[in-house]
Design a protein around this ligand. Structure first.
Ligand code: MN
Length: 269
């Protein structure tokens, strides 16, 4: 397949993560690079969520670096299998039983992009000014929305909104949902944890992404979550589909994967 610099598509963007105004440490992780965007939210109520989100972010980022121009569907599926094995092994350590994370990732090979969704972190596309949600949440309230019992705005403030039905928690049979995205140059992508999407309405997300460049948008989105109370960790990635091969496939880690919290990677056994 052709990967010349004129027609090859990649991502150019920015990531930001903030502990918020209520939580003591950040269990979210994120990554933004030319081939890969991801958000992972260490699941609340589980031990060592920040370890699980770090393992997922670093494992998927490593897979993207190892195979920059390979089938993104297969690469994401293999990276998730590897993450499941590492989280299962990590959960054997003292205090880490039951650790888990969400994972939402977009990976490209120069021609095609694929979305991996597991849990309730979100992916959106902005095309011609309209924000469209990609994939679906793995939550109880999403099931209620799909059965017609709730509207999506009711779901955003529902008391069960945090109840996630599928996560990356070490189960080798949990393969998530991988879909191919039809993206073209100029499209923009927003990935975020529920610390943004539960606090800020989609209409506001749309206008903030539209009004800012990628780096400005991640700052504005984090600030909007803080202005809305900042009751959860907040992580977001905003990127634009551009043409041309990158000088490097390296990207930027944010959140727990960059700066482990007090219960994080250095905790004594
Ligand atoms: Mn969260």
């Amino acid at each position: 397949m052709p990967h010349d610099s004129a027609t090859s598509m990649r991502l150019a963007g920015a990531a930001a993560s903030h502990v918020g105004l209520v939580r003591s440490h950040n269990e979210d992780s994120g990554f933004a690079g030319p081939g890969l965007l991801l958000v992972a939210d260490g699941v609340g109520g589980h031990a060592s969520g920040e370890v699980a989100s770090s393992v997922a972010a670093r494992t998927v980022a490593a897979a993207a670096l190892e195979h920059p121009l390979v089938d993104p569907v297969a690469t994401l599926a293999e990276a998730l299998r590897r993450s499941q094995r590492l989280v299962a092994q990590g959960a054997l350590a003292p205090g880490r039983s039951g650790m888990a994370t969400t994972l939402t990732a977009v990976l490209g090979d120069g021609e095609r992009f694929a979305l991996l969704q597991l849990g309730d972190s979100r992916a959106y596309a902005l095309r011609d000014g309209d924000l469209v949600r990609l994939g679906r949440d793995h939550t109880v309230v999403q099931e209620l929305v799909e059965s017609g019992s709730l509207t999506s705005e009711e779901a955003r403030v529902h008391p069960w909104r945090h109840v996630v039905t599928r996560v990356l928690g070490g189960d080798p049979d949990e393969t998530g949902e991988v879909t191919v995205l039809a993206l073209r140059p100029g499209d923009r992508l927003l990935l975020c944890s529920d610390g943004l999407s539960n606090l800020v309405p989609e209409a506001t997300l749309e206008s903030l992404v539209r009004e800012h460049d990628d780096a400005g948008a991640v700052d504005a989105l984090v600030q909007a979550a803080l202005d809305a109370g900042g009751r959860d960790n907040v992580t977001c990635v905003v990127a634009t589909v551009v043409t041309g091969l990158p000088r490097s496939w390296a990207g930027e880690l944010v959140g727990a994967a960059r700066e482990p919290g007090p219960d994080g990677l250095a905790r004594p056994a």
